[in-house]
Design a protein around this ligand. Structure first.
Ligand code: SF4
Length: 289
């Protein structure tokens, strides 16, 4: 039998150093692009306390960093390719300059790339990634690069070579690239909104996080047959479930959750919005029979 304690304490020292080291450096600026596309309330909470992280919650980030390093080592700078370059810009806001920065993962053929290391497979460019790479496109242009397109290169970490050989519907490569025209107007408006929201947060007035930022999933109501593991039907409301319920079925309430708040934000323990939500959930479950 494997001795789990032994396993955790005896792995080579670089493992723990690598996984606990803070690899993120936003450079000498007030806001980084990565920060700007995150919830402004997190900027505010960072002024109130430290982010709580478990070493293994950053495992995916460690693997992502490793991939970035490998790809950077394969860049051909003599042919005009650029990798891992941080761009700065002094953004004018309410009569003062706010220094922002964004790091581009790669640039070639007038295209700014961002690499994303993801689980599952990716069918389209995620809206947040689109915002981030458009802002990086704008920062690149403001720093003298010609930008015509922006792109996200997804690296699908769960991709299986064997699946790709036997399943005709399965992606044939672990990489999925989405390229879209650089949209200067969209990037400028997005940047303005993000910098304004984050500056308000830094000044002590954060707006509330949105459902999208919290990865909020509402309660759902499953119609179940006794003994079945899967729902016959999933309904959005109790009224709909009661209406659709067939003889022999029962309704199983599946509690919603705020996945980002609970597992990834790191500020949930000092966040009034999240603490209020947890209190509401606790009082609802007390009221339930
Ligand atoms: S815990 Fe949730 S509500 Fe609070 S800052 Fe984080 S994402 Fe926003």
């Amino acid at each position: 039998m494997i001795n789990v304690v032994q396993q955790l304490t005896s792995f080579p020292s670089p493992f723990m150093r690598a996984i606990t080291r803070d690899r993120y450096n936003k450079g000498d600026c007030t806001f980084s692009c990565t920060q700007l596309i995150n919830a402004p309330k997190r900027t505010y909470l960072a002024t109130k306390g430290d982010k709580v992280e478990t070493p293994y919650s950053s495992f995916a980030a460690l693997l992502g960093t490793a991939i970035h390093s490998v790809l950077e080592a394969n860049v051909d700078t003599e042919n005009g390719e650029i990798a891992e370059q941080r761009m700065f810009y002094d953004f004018p806001l309410k009569g003062t300059d706010v220094r922002i920065s964004g790091q581009i993962d790669f640039y070639e053929n007038n295209t700014v790339f961002d690499y994303k290391f993801i689980g599952g497979t990716q069918a389209e460019m995620k809206p947040d990634h689109h915002k981030q790479v458009q802002i990086n496109g704008l920062l690149s242009e403001l720093n003298g690069l010609k930008v015509e397109h922006v792109a996200i290169a997804y690296l699908q970490r769960d991709w299986s070579y064997m699946q790709s050989t036997v399943n005709p519907l399965y992606p044939k490569t672990p990489f999925k690239i989405f390229v879209t025209p650089f949209d200067r107007e969209f990037a400028s408006k997005t940047l303005f909104k993000c910098v304004s929201d984050h500056q308000d947060a830094l000044d002590g007035h954060p707006r509330d996080c949105t459902d999208e930022e919290m990865w909020a999933k509402p309660d759902s109501f499953a119609l179940m047959k006794p003994g079945a593991k899967r729902a016959s039907k999933l309904c959005a409301t109790m009224a709909e479930a009661e209406n659709e319920k067939k003889p022999g079925q029962f309704i199983q309430v599946r509690k919603g959750e705020r996945t980002f708040c609970g597992s990834f934000c790191g500020f949930g323990n000092i966040c009034p919005q999240h603490q209020n939500y947890l209190r509401e959930v606790a009082s609802q479950s007390k009221e339930e029979p």
